[in-house]
Write a protein that binds this ligand. Sequence first.
Ligand code: IPM
Ligand code: MN
Length: 354
Amino acid sequence: MKKKIAVLPGDGIGPEIIEQAVSVLKSVASKYGHEFTFEYGSVGACAIDECGDPFPQKTYELCKNSDAVLFGAIGDPKYDNNPKSKVRPEQGLLKMRKSLGLFANLRPIEPFDKLSGRSPLKDEIVKGASLIIVRELTGGLYFGEPRGRSESGDKAFDTCIYSRGEIERVARKAFELAKGRKNHVTLVDKANVIATSRLWREVVTDIHEREYSSVTLDFMFVDNAAMKLVTDPRFFDIVLTENLFGDILSDEASVITGSIGLLPSASVGSEISLFEPIHGSFPQAKGKHIADPIATILSAAMLLDISFGLKKEADAVRNACSMAIEKDMVTPEIAEDGKGRTTEQVGEYIAANI
Ligand code: IPM
Ligand code: MN
C-alpha cells in the first residue's frame, strides 16, 4: 500500500515523541511491504514564531493532500500566562480541527494489566475496564459565537450552540463503534440545566430509535458520569458527549490507565483523519528524553487501522507497545525499576519488535 502521511510535530515534547511514532511506522512499512511517505508541516507556537499563524495555509494544504495526519502536541508557556497575546498556539489546534472537519474525537481507554498498580484507583475497580470516549470536536462552547468581552471589559461571554446535524453525525460514529464492542452507548450531558443538552437527548434518541435500536442507549448527567468514571469505569462502553465535557472527562479517564502518556486519540471527519496523543506539549520535559512516546505510537496504530484499514499492522504496533510495558522498557514515570528508559530507547524497542 502506498500512502502519504502529513506529520505535524508541534511544540514541547511533540517533535521527540513524533519521531518515535514515525520510526515505528517506517518499521511497519518495511516489515509489511508498504510505502509510506512522510511530509512535515508546522503548527502551534513554532508556526507562530515562523510566520505568525498557528495553523498556516501551507500546513492546511499539506493535510488536505495527505492520506492521514499524525500530530504531536501544541502549546508553549510563553503564551499561557499572557492573556493579552493576540494569537495563541491552541488557536492553531482549533483551526485545524474546524477547517479539516474533524468532528469526532475518539479516545479509547484501555488499561494495561501490568500497570494496574500504577493507577491511583484500586485494582479491582480498573481491572477489565475498556471504554471509548466519543467527544464532539468542532462545536459547542469551543466555537460558538458570539464570544468575547463587553465594552466595559468587566463581563465576558461564550456561546454554546449545537445543531441537529452536528449531533447526528457524531452520534452515528458512537453507535457504529458500539456495534463492534459491547453494544452500549451512554450519552453524557447536563440536560437538567442546559438547553443544548436537551437537544442532544432528543436527537440521539431519534437516531437510536430509527437506526440503532439494537444498541443499548442510556443517559447520564455529566457530574454523575465524572464520579462513575472513577468509581465504576466498567459500566461504560461508549461515552458520547459534547466538546467541553469530553475534554474534561477524557483527562479524568486517563487515571484509569495510570498515565496520560499512554492514551492515543483519533479525530475523524468525513474526509481526512488526524491522530494525536491526548496529552499536551509537556514543555517542562522538552529535550529531557523522558517523555513517553507510547500514546503517540498507539495513535499511529489507530491511523493504520482507521485511515488505511491495516488491522494486522495496527495490532502489531499495539502488541509491541504491550511488550514494551511487559518488559519494563518504558519511560521513568511508569517504570518498575524506578529508572526507566529514554524516549528514544522506548521508541526503538517498539520499532524493533514490530
Ligand atoms: C485536548 C486539549 C485541547 C482541547 C486544548 C489544548 C485546546 O486539551 O485536545 O484535549 O481543549 O481540546
Ligand atoms: Mn484536553
